[in-house]
Design a protein around this ligand. Structure first.
Ligand SMILES: [Zn+2]
Length: 398
């Protein structure tokens, strides 16, 4: 069946096209000196892990827990992201409000603190990539995505592969974006920058603790929050078909063990000496799942039950919700369905619908302005097709 026939009247593609009619496209007169992106004819086949993004049916979306309302919210969110891109193709956690049409976004921008351009540009492109769109996908946002990816690749350190200012938070997020762009587009010109970013990330690990911290090769053991972005970036690289050293991911389990808490080791803390928290448990559980933890392991049951008990707290923390929803989605069953139902309602109800801020979400705890809150919330509502669940539906709910 052709893709066009599979798209329903409320498909994301249709919503995107409708929203884009109201949006004035940016001008693309200046061609960058070195365009790391390919033309349609060069691309390689899309890996299986990315297939659901580009060819999902309406039935698959609904079976996975999504709906017309979640797709409408995602379409509005990526429209907001496109409208808040910088002229040079990057995004900025602070600068995202410089071209606003009114004051509705600015009311929430003061929390950003800095631009974090590499991380911000990753926040900008990741929801497009999760929705199944790349710089090779014909559509209203093709050039938005292309310009974001070009900015990332052109601002990569050519010697080390480092992305961003040196903060591993930034590098991990930007690596994830390049890896997923390579995976979904199959564009061979993205392979070298993505692979170099993976190599820098691997080299930056603390050899003894298996963790990552604010800067590369830290003298400190690391923390769970920084580790989460690195481990998931490596996972994106692996699924995209890039070379990922299995020893690095294996060693990261050492750090996770050092911060695991609870009766069964299913809760996680920020650092070895601190106590468990819902946010760090969400990160730890997701990393454990992608590290091969069994669905019926006591630590899995303990971690997910703890997250389920803290769902109200999760609705106040975009970051926690982003990780926890992925962890819940990986294990189909009643616990996931209950989580999804409440989360969907909270996110759809809280999306801003008026003015320039339409499609965005107000920053909450641990946010870096509306760019981060909108990106991570859109990705949370794209959980139904960003990745396949890691475990089958036969798992019993705890
Ligand atoms: Zn705005």
């Amino acid at each position: 069946m052709r893709l066009r026939q599979r798209l329903s009247k409320f498909s994301l593609a249709g919503l995107i096209a409708a929203l884009a009619c109201c949006w004035t496209a940016l001008a693309f007169d200046e061609k960058p000196a070195a365009d790391p992106t390919a033309t349609e004819g060069d691309k390689r086949p899309i890996p299986a892990a990315f297939q659901l993004r580009v060819s999902r049916t309406q039935e698959q979306l609904i079976a996975a827990g999504g709906s017309e309302d979640t797709e409408r919210a995602v379409a509005a969110a990526i429209n907001w992201l496109a409208r808040h891109q910088n002229p040079d193709g990057s995004w900025g956690c602070q600068k995202c409000v410089e071209r606003c049409k009114d004051e509705t976004c600015k009311a929430h921008a003061q929390k950003a603190g800095a631009d974090y351009s590499a991380a911000a540009t990753a926040f900008g492109v990741l929801p497009f990539l999760a929705a199944g769109q790349s710089h090779l996908t014909k559509g209203p946002y093709q050039q938005v995505i292309r310009r974001g990816l070009i900015w990332l690749a052109q601002n990569q350190d050519p010697k080390t592969g480092r992305l961003g200012s040196g903060l591993m938070y930034e590098h991990g997020l930007a690596t994830m974006a390049l890896c997923e762009a390579y995976g979904i587009s199959g564009d061979p010109k993205l392979k070298a920058p993505a692979q170099a970013a993976v190599a820098f990330l691997e080299d930056a690990q603390n050899d003894e603790s298996g963790g990552w911290h604010y800067t590369a090769n830290p003298p400190t053991a690391g923390d769970t929050s920084v580790l989460g972005w690195q481990v998931m970036a490596l996972r994106s690289g692996q699924l995209a078909g890039l070379q990922v050293n299995p020893k690095i991911r294996l060693k990261s389990k050492l750090f996770l063990k050092s911060v695991s808490k609870g009766k069964s080791g299913g809760l996680f803390s920020y650092a070895p000496e601190s106590g468990p928290s819902p946010a760090m448990t969400a990160v730890g559980v997701l990393c454990r799942q992608h590290g091969g933890c069994q669905a019926d392991a006591p630590e899995m049951t303990e971690g997910l039950s703890y997250l389920a008990a803290n769902q109200n707290a999760a609705h106040l923390n975009t970051y926690l919700l982003y990780y926890a929803t992925q962890a819940m989605h990986n294990l189909p069953g009643k616990q996931w369905e209950d989580w999804n139902k409440a989360t969907q309602k909270a996110l759809i109800d809280s999306q801003i619908r008026e003015g320039c801020a339409a499609g965005s979400w107000k920053p909450k705890d641990h946010d870096a302005g509306p760019l981060m809150s909108t990106s991570l919330t859109a990705l949370t509502l794209e959980v139904y097709y960003r990745w396949n669940p890691l475990y089958g539906a036969e798992r019993k709910a705890p």
